[in-house]
Design a protein around this ligand. Structure first.
Ligand SMILES: Cc1ncc(COP(=O)(O)O)c(C=O)c1O
Length: 351
């Protein structure tokens, strides 16, 4: 007899990654354009000779280094196989069947999938007309079944960010027993000082968990390593639902070497942020209503023209962007030459 697969999985959409098209410019997965630094490549190469051994399952050296850098106790740090896996662990750690996970929509595409895979229920609140989180509406949408709220800041795919005052007000008003996850995958690209640092907000609040990743600013998307800063009961629970050894040894040494080179890597992020603002300004001059972005991508709310725009970019200019049919197009900031090619595509689409 064939395996009896869970019936609810049939209705679950698969995660759609940004496409890779040979020969085309890929601006579809929010990666940084530059490869790892030579010091990071050397650390990975050195570690290759020991891959017959299992990794440190607790990633303790990395967790300690993160704790020291972020000035939090090591007990408040949990390392994971990318922050996507930590999102899943957070749902597993807080939700039983029929408990609810709340998030804005549109936001990170993995949230609804992960929630349903774990067996919890999805609750969503639309972004405002300006594509920003509507925190008052989210607060009103919390029910006795809500266990977890994702606030993606800056938000993927719109790039918009909530500011300190409104976020603090929200965190102070969230009922007891609800964990707020500040997903800060793009934190290092933020240039507005009014966009808060979740780690400092979480210092005095046990209802906050902050997610960060080495995939974006640190350029290690292919190695899969992220981390969560949260109160100790949360990190203890995260370790319980962790798949043993899932943060591999190369990822651990690469992350450590990247932390050592943080100054240089964060300077790259500032360049990406400046390039992002240039791309947005050009798009707005062409008449595209692009909201302010604090991430390494911009959002074009093209609605029914989304698919036509994405096809135009690929077919006529060999640029892969990420279209969300009927909603909008997300375009990752590349290097200036790649971005100019994309801007030419956007210009020719309008004409
Ligand atoms: C908002 C958000 N959170 C988390 C992630 C996952 O990053 P990681 O590569 O660490 O799994 C992404 C990646 O696109 C993201 O956009």
């Amino acid at each position: 007899m064939a395996a009896r697969i869970r019936a609810d999985l049939a209705a679950l959409p698969g995660y759609v990654p940004g496409r890779t098209v040979p020969g085309a410019i890929k601006l579809a997965s929010n990666e940084v354009p530059a490869g790892p630094l030579p010091s990071v490549v050397a650390a990975i190469s050195d570690a290759v000779a020991a891959v017959n051994r299992y990794p440190d399952s607790g990633a303790t050296t990395l967790a300690d280094a993160l704790a020291a850098r972020l000035e939090v106790p090591a007990a408040r740090v949990a390392v994971g196989c990318g922050s996507t896996m930590l999102c899943q662990q957070l749902v597993q750690a807080t939700c039983n069947h029929d408990d609810e996970v709340l998030f804005a929509w549109r936001s990170f595409e993995a949230y609804p999938i992960i929630t349903q895979v774990v067996g919890a229920r999805v609750a969503t609140v639309p972004l405002t007309d300006g594509s920003v989180h509507d925190l008052d509406a989210m607060l009103a949408a919390i029910t006795p079944a809500t266990r977890l709220v994702f606030v993606c800041n800056p938000n993927n795919p719109t790039g918009t960010a909530v500011r300190r005052t409104e976020l603090e007000r929200f965190l102070d008003a969230v009922p007891d027993g609800v964990l707020v996850v500040l997903d800060e995958a793009y934190h290092e690209f933020v240039s507005d000082p009014d966009v808060p640092d979740g780690v400092s907000l979480g210092r005095t609040r046990d209802n906050v968990a902050v997610l960060r990743t080495f995939s974006k600013a640190y350029g290690l998307a292919g190695l899969r390593v992220g981390y969560c800063i949260a109160a100790e009961p949360v990190t203890v629970a995260l370790r319980k639902v962790y798949v043993p050894f899932s943060v591999n040894s190369l990822a651990q040494v690469a992350a450590l070497a990247s932390l050592d080179a943080a100054g240089e890597l964060l300077a790259r992020c500032r360049n990406v942020a400046a390039e992002r603002d240039r791309v947005r300004t050009s798009l707005r001059e062409m008449g595209y209503p692009v909201p302010e972005s604090q991430a390494n991508f911009v959002w074009l709310p093209l609605r029914e023209r989304t698919t036509a725009f994405a096809e135009h970019c690929l077919d006529h200019h060999q640029v892969v962007v990420r279209g969300f049919a009927g909603d909008g197009v997300r375009v990752t900031v590349g290097d200036p030459g790649e971005d100019d090619t994309f801007l030419a595509a956007a210009r020719s689409f309008r004409s």
